[in-house]
Write a protein that binds this ligand. Structure first.
Ligand code: TYM
Length: 329
């Protein structure tokens, strides 16, 4: 049995998009045959941003459905929901006692949110990376497949693990980050920023139907001004990134050659890409539709995942409580 343990998470906030898929979920699917894998819908992270409590349970099941539709297999991976394993939040508290506030304030995600209005940013946004560290360390995770935007949080997770180990003795591994070749997929509407759930128009939903796919690709920004020496503009580079994943290698190479020769027609590139995306995303969309129509099956899946995850997290917490000197009665 390998000593590697894979852990990763996704927030149930908004539609899961091809950035999530190419940057993370595709890797999760590939890893499930090699290592023990824990994949978590992180609902307690999501409540640090504005959300709708009434529809939140549905949003959580929706995220489970999308991940399973994308290829996660509840028989091979432990797929579960963060709030169902309260040991995550307990470990978060313990780890907060070894985490310097200064490190939390240095996090880009916190700085971005605090820049808008420092006095209203909630403490959950500041403490967010500690809960993320707790997610991973509750399973003694060693490999964390994520997109590039999570790298800083992973660095902090390693530091938290080091600090805990130094204070209380060797307990946690220092988890490594795993990237895919698409570790950062840019926005379709503004290729200078990353594709993001919080920016409508920036993303293509993983569950988009053929008309929505065609429209999103047709609208994708290609030229953002002149580039030196005929280099690819960031928007065109994003289209090629998608082509590399969804089109046959021959097709991608043909368009690359046209780009090099200076006679690439964006309309042709987009039409071909849209077709490949329609074909590539079709099985995911159909499977998602089946799953989302059966909320009871999804609930069973979550229960099954919780039953597998919780004993592992409980064992870690028992060890942690003992090491930090918590009363046992
Ligand atoms: P979240 O929900 O924002 O995103 C889920 C995953 O998708 C990746 N991703 C991208 N990858 C490439 N290009 C993009 N444009 C793009 N947008 C998103 C993210 O990097 C991520 O891997 N904090 C995490 C959730 C989390 C977590 C964890 C992750 C909580 N606990 C423990 C790993 C381990 C987040 O907000 O992901």
């Amino acid at each position: 049995m390998s000593k590697e343990v894979v852990f990763s998470g996704i927030q149930p906030s908004g539609t899961i998009h091809i950035g999530n898929y190419l940057g993370a979920i595709k890797n999760w699917v590939a890893l499930q045959d090699r290592y023990p894998c824990y994949y978590c819908v992180v609902d307690y992270h999501a409540i640090t941003s504005p959300y709708e409590p009434k529809t939140f349970p549905h949003a959580v099941l929706d995220a489970v459905a999308a991940n399973v539709a994308a290829g996660l297999d509840p028989a091979r991976s432990t797929i579960f929901v963060q709030s169902q394993v309260p040991e995550h939040t307990e470990l978060c508290w313990v780890l907060s006692a070894v985490t310097p506030v200064g490190e939390l304030q240095r996090m880009t995600q916190y700085k971005d949110r605090a820049r808008v209005r420092r006095e209203v940013v909630n403490a959950g946004v500041l403490n967010y990376p500690i809960l993320q560290a707790a997610d991973i360390l509750a399973y003694k995770g060693t490999l964390v497949p994520v997109g590039e935007d999570q790298e800083q949080h992973l660095e902090l997770t390693r530091e938290i693990a080091r600090k805990f180990n130094a204070a209380y003795g060797p307990t946690f591994p220092e988890p490594e980050v795993l990237f895919t070749p698409s570790r950062r997929l840019m926005s379709l509407s503004d290729p200078k920023v990353k594709m993001s759930k919080s920016m409508p128009g920036s993303y293509l939903s993983l569950m988009a139907d053929p008309p929505a796919i065609k429209e999103a690709v047709a609208r994708a920004v290609t030229d953002t001004g002149p580039t030196p020496g005929g280099e690819m503009t960031p928007g065109v580079a994003t289209l090629f990134q998608l082509l590399d994943v969804f089109a046959p290698a021959k097709t991608a190479e043909r368009f690359r050659a046209a780009h090099r020769a200076g006679d690439l027609r964006y309309a042709e590139l987009k039409a071909s890409l849209a077709e490949c995306l329609v074909e590539g995303l079709e099985p995911i969309r159909l499977r998602y539709r089946e799953l989302i129509a059966r909320p009871d099956t999804l609930r069973d899946m979550v229960r099954h995942g919780t039953a597998r995850a919780r004993p592992v997290a409980c064992a870690t917490l028992e060890e942690v409580r003992e090491k930090i000197g918590i009363l046992k009665t």
